[in-house]
Write a protein that binds this ligand. Structure first.
Ligand SMILES: NC(=O)c1ccc[n+]([C@@H]2O[C@H](COP(=O)([O-])OP(=O)(O)OC[C@H]3O[C@@H](n4cnc5c(N)ncnc54)[C@H](O)[C@@H]3O)[C@@H](O)[C@H]2O)c1
Ligand SMILES: O=C[C@H](O)CS(=O)(=O)O
Length: 483
């Protein structure tokens, strides 16, 4: 890395405003997925130090919640400005630990810094109500107050963005936050913590701890000082956390796994559909929660769509994320490579064919060729498991009713996409599809102004939009009588 500000590369944790290492000096290596080489190490914190972060958050909560919203807003705004000003360094750190192309890393940082900007504004608009009472001597008053000390656990695929989406609303609402980032990609979180300190976030209001995921998850789930857990990651881990936190009836926001259907109807703009499929499927090497996991193409245009898509896939430049012009980096690890190979093999064994790609890339390590398969049918693993890799599985369909049935045939429901220029069909399909987010004639849908989240086993709660701050607020009804 060639950082303008090398102090952004933090190798210790922020605990109650102090940069802290583990008591026994144990560390966790952070490796570059492109070559497996160590980039840095971070502390494998003992639970005692994690508890110190929670205690500091608990101690800081009263003053932070009492701080005027305008002051909290100004600090969040300053944090936003510092993230944007340091985006190039943050992008280098992100690519070093996660592998995505620098341009994508910078895009993640800028588009998700916007959640700090957005919630800096929302902080000043947490309104309550005065409701007309049935009696003249009383008033019904509704207050909105911060939930309290929150814990956050985030995934490796968006090491920067998943953090600002949580810290923004939490701090805007007056909550304090202890974050455990993914062990594979903690450096982005630690750099954000450094910038939070520079922005004036007080000690204890935002801490970042690294260490044993399940041990920290247990502490978050059972420590009585934690009022809420906000988790982004797999449905499996989210389910486990919900079970563990049930004892304390903690509040939960869950941003979990997906299995997005991508539907192209005969009446679609085929070029637009191909463009949408490319960004929805191959962004972050297919490692996003809203990636098109199944691509349903109506019979009338399947050949034309497949031909255009394959041509675009063949043009993709694969390489290290630091190389200019690279559009797809490595997968996060060999486990991800093996899962992609399992989905390809399973589909081939049942009659599907690889049209382009299908093999590990000549670059070695966890690089994999972007792949298109045809002849995929409902019931193959790729149609009901999240591939989380650059595999475009094309499935032919005949009717609208048939494809809605297939699209909804999953226990998750995060994102869905479809391309059609028939207005009546757009309304029918948008209302019938079981997903929290629906992209109509677009493959890129996330932004800070819109509510992001899933239905069914893709989770609960929303991040972004005017709805996002509600997850960090409690409603209090005050009956004001004797007037
Ligand atoms: N819905 C969304 O907004 C969204 C966004 C990004 C990723 N995801 C999902 O996340 C998954 C990929 O991310 P991942 O591989 O990091 O997921 P993961 O569930 O394996 O890990 C997510 C986080 O949980 C931690 N973790 C793992 N096991 C744990 C345990 N037993 N107790 C406590 N914490 C534990 C990890 O260290 C990491 O910080 C995919 O399923 C993807 O769809 C969802
Ligand atoms: O994978 C998780 C992200 O939420 C994808 S997006 O940046 O919101 O599209």
């Amino acid at each position: 890395m060639n950082l303008k500000d090398p102090t952004l590369l933090k190798t210790s944790c922020l605990v109650g405003g102090e940069w802290t290492s583990s008591a026994d000096s144990r560390t966790i290596p952070v490796n570059d997925p492109a070559d497996g080489l160590e980039v840095a190490t971070v502390p494998r914190l003992d639970i005692g130090t994690v508890r110190k972060a929670i205690d500091a958050a608990h101690a800081a909560f009263p003053a932070w919640r009492a701080r005027p919203a305008k002051e909290r807003s100004a600090i969040l705004r300053r944090w936003f400005e510092l993230v944007v000003a340091n985006a190039d360094d943050l992008a280098q750190i992100l690519t070093a630990e996660q592998g995505k192309p620098l341009a994508e890393a910078r895009g993640e940082i800028i588009s998700n810094a916007a959640y700090l900007e957005w919630f800096a504004e929302e902080a000043k608009r947490v309104y309550g109500d005065v409701i007309p009472s049935s009696g003249s001597s009383s008033r019904i008053v509704v207050l909105k107050q911060p939930v309290g000390v929150c814990a956050a656990i985030t995934p490796w695929n968006f090491p920067n963005g998943m953090i600002t989406r949580k810290a923004g609303p939490a701090l805007a609402a007056g909550c304090t936050l202890v974050l455990k980032p993914a062990s594979k990609t903690p450096l982005s979180a630690l750099a954000l913590a450094e910038l939070a300190q520079r922005a004036g976030v007080p000690p204890g209001v935002f801490s970042v701890v690294t260490g044993d995921a399940s041990a920290i998850g247990m502490e978050f789930s059972h420590n009585p000082k934690i009022a809420k857990i906000t988790f982004t990651g797999s449905t499996e881990v989210g389910r486990w956390l919900l079970k563990e936190m049930a004892d304390g009836v903690k509040r939960a926001s869950m941003e979990l796994g997906g299995n997005a259907p991508f539907i192209v109807f005969d009446d679609a703009d085929v070029d637009a559909a191909v463009e949408g499929a490319m960004i929805s499927k191959f962004r972050n090497a297919g490692q996003t929660c809203v990636c098109a996991n199944r691509i349903y193409v109506q019979a009338g245009i399947q050949d034309r769509f497949a031909e255009k898509l394959v041509a675009k896939v063949r043009e993709l430049k694969i390489g290290r994320g630091t190389e200019p012009g690279v559009q797809q980096g490595p997968l996060i690890d060999m486990k991800a490579v093996e899962k992609m190979e399992e989905h390809i093999r399973d589909a081939q064994e049942q009659g599907a064919e690889v049209v382009v790609g299908g093999q590990r890339h000549a670059l070695g390590s966890s690089f994999f060729e972007p792949t298109v398969m045809r002849g995929v049918t409902q019931g193959m693993k790729v149609t009901h498991e999240e591939t989380f890799a650059p595999l475009a599985a094309l499935i032919r369909f005949e009717t609208e009713a048939e494809v809605i049935g297939m699209a909804n045939d999953t226990d998750v429901g995060l994102a869905a996409y479809f391309f059609s220029r028939d207005l009546a069909r757009v309304w029918r399909v948008a209302e019938a599809i079981e997903a929290g987010i629906v992209g109509v004639n677009s493959g890129l849908i996330a932004n800070e102004m819109a509510p992001f989240g899933g239905v069914k086993q893709s989770g609960m709660g929303r991040e972004g939009s005017k709805y996002g701050i509600e997850d960090y607020l409690e409603i209090k009804y005050v009956c004001m009588a004797g007037i």
